[in-house]
Design a protein around this ligand. Structure first.
Ligand code: HEM
Length: 419
C-alpha cells in the first residue's frame, strides 16, 4: 500500500512502511474505519501493501474498482490458482485446517453448491419465517428491556439472529456458547489463536449433528439437505462445510447490523421518533445503515490469477485482493455527500457483496433486521447510551465491523398496544 496515502498522527508506523495492517486493525480504525478509508479513497481506487511473510495485498476502496474485482474472471477465491500455497487469509495467517464451502471456491463448484441451498433462501421462504421471528424478537425485547441497564448486543442484537439461524438449520440453541467461541476463532483468526482447535471441534460437532438428522430427519434446512436425493446432492464433507458457512455467515453479520441501527437510534432521538410514528420507514432506514455502517468491512480474500490493472494500480499474479465494501459504500464518486444519512438513496450499495458470491442470506438478514427494529421501537420512547461514546468497544479485525456491547438507558412506551 502506498503508505504516504495514510492519515498522519497516530499512523506513523504505517507511513514508515512498517505495518499498515497495524493501522487497519488498531483501535482507532475499529472505532471509526471510515476516517482512515476515506483518506485512502480520496487518493486512489486501490492501494498496495506488502506485509511480511504473506502475499502482497491490494486494498480496493473505489466503488467501480470494487465491482470490477468482484466480477473479474481473472480473480479467484483459490490462492493456488494464483501460484501461491493454498489457504492464505487476509489476516496474513495461512489456513491449513479449514473446510471448503461455497465462499472459498470458484464456479463451477460454487454454482453447484449455491444452487443446492438457494431454494431455502428465496424471498417467499424467508417471509414464511417472519411470524416466528416476531415472536422471538418480542420475547427477547421484553426480557432485555426489563433490565435496569439493558445491554442491547448480548441481550437482543445477537440473540435474534442466533435464535433464528439455529431454528432454520435445526441446531440446538443450548450449544450456542461453544459455537460462538469457535466461530470467533475462525472469523477473526490471529496468529497463535485456537483456530485449529475450533475447527476440529466445530467439524466434529456438525458431523455428529448431520448424522443425527440422517437417522431422524426433522423439518429444518439441514434435514432437507441430508434427505435430498438429487444426483448432485452434497457429500457428507460438503454438508459440514455448508452448515458451517451458514452458521458463521448468518449471525455476527446480522447482529452487527441490528447493533448499528440500535446505536444510531441512541444517537438520533429524531430517528427513533420517526420510526415509532411510521414503522413503514424501517426497511429504508435499515438499507441506509447497511450502506453507511455495513457489518462486513472487507470482502473475503481473492487472488489475481494473471497480471492485471485495478484503477490505475498494476496488479501482479499472486497478489491478494481485498475489497473494502465499507469504503466503496462511501465513495463520493458514487454517493453524493456519502457520509450523510439519507434513507432512500442506498440502492446499489455493496454491503452484501457483488457478483457470484453476493450474499445468499440477504433476504433473511433484511427480514430479521426489519422485524427486530420494528419490535424494539414499538416498546421504547427514549434511548440513550449509558456509557460514553468513546468507551464503546468494537469488534477487531479487517473483516467485520460492529459494536460489542451497547449498554443503554431506555424510556419504555406507556402505551398498552406497544407490546
Ligand atoms: C446484515 C447481514 C449480512 C451481511 C452484511 C452479509 C454480507 C455478506 C457479504 C459481503 C458476502 C460476500 C462476501 C465475499 O464476496 O467475500 C456474503 C456472502 C454470504 N452470506 Fe451473507 N451477510 C449477511 C447475512 C447473512 C445471513 C443471515 C446468511 C444466512 C445464513 C448469510 C449467508 C451468506 C452466504 C452463504 C454467503 C456466501 C455466498 C456465496 O459464496 O455465493 N449472510 N454475505
Amino acid at each position: 500500500m502506498t503508505t504516504s496515502n495514510l492519515p498522519g498522527g497516530d499512523h506513523d508506523e504505517a507511513r514508515e512502511g512498517g505495518s499498515l495492517r497495524a493501522v487497519l486493525e488498531g483501535a482507532p480504525f475499529q472505532a471509526d474505519p471510515h476516517a482512515v478509508l476515506r483518506q485512502l479513497t480520496d487518493s486512489g481506487a486501490a492501494h498496495r501493501c506488502e506485509p511480511d511473510g504473506a502475499p502482497p495485498q491490494l486494498l480496493v476502496t473505489g466503488y467501480e474498482a470494487a465491482r470490477q474485482v468482484l466480477t473479474d474472471p481473472r480473480v479467484s477465491k483459490r490462492s493456488e490458482r494464483a501460484g501461491l500455497e493454498p489457504g492464505w487469509l487476509m489476516s496474513g495467517v495461512r489456513d491449513e485446517v479449514g473446510v471448503d464451502y461455497m465462499l472459498t471456491v470458484d464456479p463451477p463448484e460454487h454454482t453447484r453448491l449455491r444452487k443446492l441451498v438457494a431454494r431455502a433462501f428465496t424471498p417467499q421462504k424467508i417471509d414464511a419465517l417472519r411470524p416466528r421471528t416476531k415472536e422471538i424478537a418480542s420475547r427477547l425485547a421484553d426480557d432485555v428491556l426489563a433490565q435496569e441497564t439493558p445491554e442491547l448486543v448480548d441481550g437482543f442484537a445477537s440473540r435474534v439472529p442466533i435464535a433464528v439461524i439455529c431454528e432454520l438449520l435445526g441446531v440446538p440453541l443450548g450449544d450456542w456458547d461453544r459455537f460462538r467461541w469457535a466461530s470467533e476463532q475462525i472469523v477473526s483468526p490471529v496468529a497463535g489463536g485456537d483456530r485449529e482447535e475450533a475447527y476440529v471441534w466445530m467439524s466434529g460437532y456438525l458431523a455428529e449433528l448431520i448424522a443425527g438428522k440422517r437417522a431422524d430427519p426433522g423439518q429444518d434446512l439441514l434435514s432437507g439437505l441430508v434427505t435430498d436425493t438429487a444426483d448432485d446432492r452434497l457429500t457428507d464433507a460438503e454438508m459440514v462445510g455448508m452448515a458451517f458457512l451458514l452458521l458463521i455467515a448468518g449471525y455476527e453479520t446480522t447482529a452487527n447490523l441490528i447493533g448499528a441501527v440500535l446505536h444510531g437510534l441512541a444517537r438520533q432521538p429524531e430517528l427513533l421518533k420517526a420510526l415509532r410514528a411510521d414503522p413503514g420507514l424501517v426497511p429504508t432506514v435499515v438499507e441506509e445503515f447497511l450502506r453507511l455502517d455495513g457489518p462486513v468491512l472487507t470482502a473475503t480474500e481473492r487472488f489475481a490469477t494473471e497480471d492485471m490493472q485495478v484503477g490505475d494500480v498494476p496488479v501482479r499474479r499472486g497478489d491478494m485482493l481485498l475489497v473494502s465494501l465499507a469504503a466503496a459504500n462511501r465513495d463520493p464518486a458514487r454517493f453524493e455527500e456519502p457520509d450523510s444519512f439519507r434513507p432512500g438513496r442506498s440502492a446499489g450499495h455493496v454491503a452484501f457483496g457483488y457478483g457470484v458470491h453476493y450474499c445468499l442470506g440477504a433476504p433473511l438478514a433484511r427480514m430479521e433486521a426489519e422485524v427486530a427494529i420494528t419490535t424494539f421501537v414499538r416498546r421504547v420512547e427514549g434511548l440513550t447510551l449509558a456509557v460514553d461514546e468513546a468507551d464503546l468497544e468494537w469488534s477487531p479485525g479487517l473483516l467485520m465491523h460492529g459494536v460489542r456491547r451497547l449498554p443503554v438507558s431506555a424510556v419504555l412506551s406507556g402505551h398498552p398496544n406497544d407490546r
